[in-house]
Design a protein. Structure first.
Length: 367
């Protein structure tokens, strides 16, 4: 197996790296779309993230990598084995990296049921697809804009639900499909339809780095990696281990992260002020802010978390507006959130002084 470039050695592209890490903390966010010109480390970063992630516990001899600690999410086969009294032993495996070709068909993605065998022998013969292989791993789609729209829709459905159900002729098979979804594309080769674009939770547009010193760092690190990949990885391993451990701790903490009514009001006020269509963006911002808080080791979200999340969740959902200006970054977003939430709180108090009183008393005070 060829050596993989370390994730922590990627120069610049902070938003891309942050979007990938937060999806690794909580795949329920719903994936990230990375749009950018060729040669900007899109595929390198995705492969590097998968290699960085901690090992996962799976059920021994399970074709779908079921989590032994979450029987409610087990596949049909694991449920049948448990029902027959078999003790399902846990084993560890590396996080899988699955590369989906643009020629993939729906059957290749979801898997197939052998109806003839089911009728003749009375058994559910299921041939796993890409979603089964990607469960609890990273599913990478290069040039996602060239993939069949229906296949993209199926993938996004699975990413949102965390489960894959295949039904044919009254026979069904179910298995978990919780994975980190990463799609990359070059906008010069065409874009995704707006309906599909919106269903990617986060989106990052990256460009070649213009700073001369950073470009020198890219050349130096790549030359060192090509000269001796094993030594290069060894040199960066301490940083890889630190980030891997931080992601693992965040995964254990993310379900404990809480939010207040004021946090929800801040998110709603921001998306409303920017005329964002639909409500998916609000939920994505909340989930991403929770992952950011967990990554930072906290159990409550702040305006800064919301601003960092909005920076990743909103650009591809705005038809026009401030996000077309590169200078509107996290700090400006945070200031906007504070202004909007302050005004919204005042209006809300006039309508009902008691509804948010308790929440405002418990929400973090702004400096």
């Amino acid at each position: 197996m060829p050596a993989i470039y370390p994730f922590t050695a990627v120069v610049g592209q902070e938003r891309m790296r942050r979007a990938l890490v937060l999806n690794a903390v909580d795949p329920r966010i719903g994936g990230v779309l990375i749009r950018g010109e060729r040669g900007t480390a899109k595929s390198t970063a995705a492969r590097a993230l998968a290699a960085l992630l901690p090992k996962v516990k799976t059920v021994e001899n399970c074709r779908f990598g079921c989590d032994p600690d979450k029987p409610a999410t087990w596949c049909t086969e694991c449920r049948d084995r448990a029902a027959q009294g078999e003790s399902l032993k846990p084993v560890s495996r590396h996080t899988p990296f699955i590369n989906l070709p643009v020629s993939a068909t729906e059957d290749r993605v979801v898997g197939t049921l052998d109806i003839e065998k089911a009728i003749q022998k009375g058994v559910r013969a299921f041939e796993p697809g890409v979603l089964a292989a990607a469960n609890r791993g990273l599913l990478y789609i290069d040039e996602v804009n060239l993939l069949d729209d229906h296949v993209v829709d199926v993938l996004l459905d699975a990413a949102a639900m965390g489960i894959n159900i295949v039904e044919r002729e009254g026979i069904s098979f179910m298995h978990p499909a919780r994975f980190i979804l990463v799609g990359t594309m070059n906008p010069e080769e065409g874009d995704l339809r707006p309906q599909l674009l919106d269903r990617f939770a986060l989106s990052v547009e990256i460009r070649g780095i213009r700073d001369a010193r950073e470009r020198v760092s890219i050349m130096e690190r790549n030359l060192a990696f090509e000269a001796d990949a094993a030594q290069f990885r060894q040199d960066w391993q301490p940083k890889e281990d630190v980030l891997s451990e931080q992601i693992e701790k965040a995964r254990q903490l993310v379900d404990q992260v809480t939010h207040t009514s004021q946090n929800l009001l801040s998110i709603a006020a921001l998306t409303s002020s920017l005329n964002v269509d639909g409500h998916r963006s609000d939920l994505v911002i909340l989930k991403t802010a929770r992952a950011q808080a967990a990554f930072d080791g906290r159990t409550s979200i702040t305006d800064r978390d919301i601003a960092l999340a909005a920076e990743l969740a909103l650009p591809h959902r705005l038809k026009s507006g401030p996000f077309q200006r590169e200078e509107m970054g996290m700090e400006e977003l945070q200031e906007r959130i504070e202004q909007l939430s302050g005004g919204a709180s005042s209006n809300d108090k006039q309508q009902s002084t008691s509804e948010l009183g308790d929440e405002e008393a418990s929400s973090p005070k702004k400096a």
